[in-house]
Design a binder for this molecule. Structure first.
Ligand SMILES: [Zn+2]
Length: 463
């Protein structure tokens, strides 16, 4: 393989070029680097934070009350670096990250996230998260006869007034980094904010990424707010485009799957996080059969909690099997293709293939360490047995960023020391968070029971 200017120039025998640096790949399997198409870098220091909490209750402890609320710019750098090192050392070369940074230090905080990816050597599309409705505004409280005042956490002008300069500072400014818009989720954004975000993305020529129907409680919200389906709303406002992608997409109905299939948009499947929060099983076989491009993501470290894409690959291949008919089970190779081709689509980058013209984002795995049987079954071994333990050398944009299984551009020991200090501080707030969580738990439990009884969703018996 001949690499020139960060891209694969030629593949084949006898490619010697004068003065070229030679990387000896004998004894290695060379594959395209894995693509993690959905995570939250501000959560990287919250592994193991919660257990046995459903999505809405998890939000109270981990998301709104969690690290995202209190990380300063320097902390965001450390948290992002922790995630980047974990991903690179397990063979993931690019990421679609949705960090939440406090609005008070938004510019500096987002720039520190970008700096961490620049320093680590990873490729990153960074969708800055923001929203204008508070937590209770994202819940279908009418279902249980509760009313809370409509509290805005910011105006459309304020929020987009900070995003605009972020896009300007980073769009086209770094070969591996791209800024994106990340309105946090449909339920957390007013209709005005979401429409304005889509218009801004179109205007600036940048991509937009958000959470779509990640919990069943969001189906009744859509009925209240959009007069019906969330996906129909997205179609109406021109948000189902090649430059948009949607994480989770669990609670789709048949009509919504058909609308997604008619569009150019990409869905990002997060099987481990969905299972951990009991959020549901995304109808991936039906989406794929309808022709919807599907990418894979880990989701953030407080709901997965690993950032290892090998684990996500295995979960994505297996999670459908108890319910879907056998002919619709995704195979190991199809699952890898979701990760590579779907990921490339979500990130809008020429990655995920070993072909001339594609970026040289590669993982070299030691063959002796792989649980190798016949070579023809290597996809099976990668998905079901590998777990990233054989990753030896990783290149991003043609540059070696991992050697001997270790990230080489960063002072990992220093990052670990800083991360430990940060973890001690953030976890010190856990008692307070749990108190807040206990206060709203009775309300959330009543809501959960009402939502569980709703007859909505996809008919899984048809796969
Ligand atoms: Zn997420």
């Amino acid at each position: 393989m001949l690499i020139e200017e960060g891209a694969i120039a030629r593949v084949g025998p006898s490619l010697a070029a004068d003065g070229a640096e030679v990387i000896d790949a004998s004894g290695h399997l060379v594959m395209p680097g894995l693509v993690n198409a959905h995570t939250h870098s501000n959560q990287s220091i919250e592994k193991g934070l919660c257990d046995a909490l459903p999505l809405d209750a998890w939000m109270v402890v981990a998301s709104y009350g969690g690290a995202g609320a209190t990380l300063g710019p320097g902390d965001l750098y450390v948290s992002t670096m922790v995630g980047a090192i974990e991903m690179l050392e397990s063979g993931t070369t690019s990421v679609l990250d949705c960090p939440r940074c406090d609005q008070r230090w938004f510019d500096e905080g987002m720039d520190r996230v970008m700096a961490a990816y620049a320093d680590s050597g990873m490729r990153a599309n960074v969708a800055a998260q923001y929203s204008d409705l508070d937590f209770f505004g994202s819940l279908p409280l009418a279902l249980i006869g509760e009313v809370r005042p409509d509290r805005r956490t910011g105006t459309v002008d304020e929020l987009l007034g900070r995003i605009g300069p972020f896009l300007e500072r980073w769009n086209g400014k770094h070969p591996r980094l791209r800024p994106m818009l990340g309105p946090s989720s449909l339920p957390r954004c007013s209709v005005e904010l979401f429409e304005a975000s889509v218009a801004l993305a179109r205007d600036q020529g940048v991509a937009l990424h958000t959470h779509l129907l990640s919990a069943k409680s969001q189906v009744p919200i859509a009925r209240e707010r959009y007069g019906g389906s969330t996906v129909a709303f997205l179609e109406r406002i021109g948000a189902l485009e090649e430059w948009t992608s949607f994480a989770h997409a669990i609670w789709l109905d048949d009509d919504e799957i058909a609308r997604l299939a008619r569009s150019a948009t990409t869905v990002v499947h997060n099987p481990v996080s969905n299972m951990k929060l009991g959020a549901g099983i995304a109808p991936v076989p039906a989406l794929r059969a309808a022709g919807v491009p599907v990418a894979l993501g880990t989701d953030g470290a407080s709901s997965n909690d690993s950032q290892n894409m090998f684990e996500t690959l295995k979960a994505a291949a297996l999670v459908q099997r108890p319910a879907a008919p056998r002919e619709r089970w995704p195979t190991a190779l199809q699952t890898l293709r979701m990760c590579w081709d779907g990921g490339a689509r979500a990130l809008r980058q020429r990655i995920g293939r070993i072909e001339p013209g594609y970026r040289a984002d590669l993982a070299l795995l030691r063959i002796g360490d792989l649980r190798l049987a016949p070579k023809e079954q290597v996809a099976n071994q990668l998905v079901y047995a590998e777990q990233g333990r054989s990753v030896d050398i990783v290149l991003v944009d043609g540059e070696v960023v991992v050697r001997g299984g270790r990230a080489v551009r960063v002072d990992a020991a220093g990052v670990r020391r800083d991360a430990q200090r940060l973890v001690d501080r953030i976890w010190g707030t856990l008692a307070d968070r749990e108190l807040r969580s206990a206060e709203v738990a009775p309300l959330l439990e009543r809501l959960e029971a009402a939502v569980r009884a709703l007859p909505v969703g996809f008919d899984r018996s048809r796969g």
